[in-house]
Design a protein around this ligand. Sequence first.
Ligand code: SF4
Length: 816
Amino acid sequence: MERRTFLKFSAAAAAVATVTGCESSSASDPLPTPSEPVLPPVGEGVTWGSCATNCWQACPLKVHSKDGVITRIETEGKATDDWDSFDHEIRPCPRGRSMRQKVYNHDRLKYPMKRVGRRGSDEFVRISWEEAVSSVAAAMQKTYAEYGKNAIFMPLGGGSHDLNTGVTQSSVRLLNMAGGCLFFHNDYSASQYREGSAGMYGYLASNDGDTVGFWNTGSSLRSLENSDLMVCFGYNPMEARLGGAGSGYEYLNVKKKNNFKTYYIDPRFTDTAVTATDEWVPIRPGTDAALCEAIAYVLIEDGYANIPFLEQYTYGYDKYEEYITGVTDGIARTPERAESICGIPAEKIREIAQAIGTASAPFVTQGFGPQRQGNGENNARAVMMLPILVGKISGAGTNHGGTPGNDGLSHYAMMPADSLKDLMNMKIMDVTIPAASHLDAIEFGTQMKPSTHDVRYSDKSLMDADTPLETNVRFLWLASSNMLANQNGDINRADRLLNDESLVDFVVVVEQHMTASAKYADIILPEVSWLEMYDVIQSYNKMDCGSLMYAYGITPAIDPMFECKPAYDICHMIANELGIGSKFTNGGMTYLDQVRKVFAEFKKSNSWIQGDTFEEFVSFGPQRRPAGEHPNVGKLRDFVTDPVNNPLGTPSGKVEIYSQYFESKQSQAEGTDEINPLPVYFACDESYEDATASEYPFQCINYHGKHSAHSIHASTPWLNEVLEHHLWLNPVDAGAIGVINGQKVIVESRRGKLEITVRVTPRIVPGVVAMPQGQWRRMKGDIDVGGCANTLTDSKPSPVAKSFRSNTNRVRVYSA
Ligand code: SF4
């Protein structure tokens, strides 16, 4: 922010504090208008904004505006740009740089609206804010009265990810104070990885109790400076996280600095493979565990397995060795056997095994693609098994097989309650379902139990009694979430359920844009964009991020557009209707008061941050320092140093090759699913080996394209030029089905069909097709011409995490 703009901001903010105060105790506080405390810039100005998208980088944007119009977005413009000394630019990628177009996009929501057509039909009429909030409040009260709190569900939403006082926090605060709701655990992205790593390494909480310990984050990418080998399974930071402080830039720099050997295992020759790896090893989707079994076979047979380490630090190695070598069932998991499954030549498998066996500091890592499978939990565990076998899970240059990360700044989000007593009685999160289960909860929620569908109660007696949900879900609250009819599996199923009026009573959507899911709303409440709001922004360094941590404050570059309001004010209006306005605002705190409160909490724990007030904090711009190592890495080192006094969070206290956690879940397996306590391969339905899917000859995967973080930027025209929506098809397959480059094709699965243009390229394995995920569904008859990958995917959950298996998906492809 330019100094003169900042001065205007400080003065006006002080004036607003004087005018509105914080002392009101009435049940219905006067609502702050959009321009109060928002500051309209007069003339030219520069403010700090954020790309608060779900790629976790939270890049700062320097936003130029003139006469209330954003004119351009710039990077920080630092004088120095030195990665080695952590003094480099937090450079936004094209997604952030195109934020002006996202703000002024044609599909920006302008007014409150109510549905007048079929859900999903995009038929709405404009209504007043008064009508909108009273409709939502009345529907909430009716649902609470007729079905109880667990009939209201707030799906996972990543549309505004890195905020502290944004739509998610405001919604959670309102729902908690209004009476509660059903909530979710785990997420879309990495649940199978989380559960797999929890099965093997346990629940390693960080020192401050932060639940990111659950993710079992690995070593920092910077530790590759000490490695002589990197083996990546489906790890693609240069497309998913390509900002200046992201893992892509980090990886590029460390690879340039220390040219360690890399094997890059992926069905796609990704941009990461193109840019900074030595060798692409193409693999069939979902067969990573079969490859790992064969690598393990060679490591064991050739004497690379570190037996003393395995005996001291692990649980169940004997069973694993018997399985791999064929003692258990007469089937040795040889490279030749794996070649027929994963498609990698046996001699290449031997070469990779020998590279791992002879490396002094191997860094084995994985992204989230291999785990987003019907057998994803085991793919994640099988990759982790490789460094365990050679006894190199901790120490300079090594990694325990998980996704890299660092320690970072904790978030201090606006609280869902303001008193300790209220926090102890939270009516949200006391019952949760897996994030991918909400369609099931709409259709047959009362049949969902802890033992079958991973329903979780905070009340142990309800868990012990295997209590089913008391009600189906009937009311959905979407807080900047496209997880209703786009980002969840089997959208055609979602469309059927959402249009069954006997099942779904009410859908409310708080959003910036008319997303595919917003079209299913009964009431739409338009929210301000990230460049029209205040907040405290912190980097998230704990998983797959760079090692520079930073924080900054953002202020509005322009007035709220049309009738859009900050989510806090929207929720406050609904709270007023429900008679809890004063409770929601904690006696009259405005949106900016909440931001200041969050900053005060943040500052208490981060004394290095300059600025004593939020306003001063904003004036400093991004403040940075190196991120430390993730607490999990230190805990693993302590375990290796002294396993008796530093046990892991597994039942045995050791690395569980034979997972007792997975053993306890075995009754939950359905159909061809398998829950095996050992980290081994199995073929699930619609996998490469599923003969029943022969009429759908291609495996179809979807990936995070560089044009969008999930579906957040899907309607930004500039970004659709960055990466056109194409189906990658190998030339061998194109010839076999008579399709040429640039041709429109139909891709059809058991769930639905979409239209897409073909890109014939050898960058994809034969027998596999791939498309970016996140396009917004747009139906023409029974064909999705928008090309949303989830028109094709299944909503059946994975066996343990009960999460999305969007890369286990068989399709056929034919001319449109
Ligand atoms: S998408 Fe991620 S890397 Fe790109 S600008 Fe936004 S936060 Fe930064």
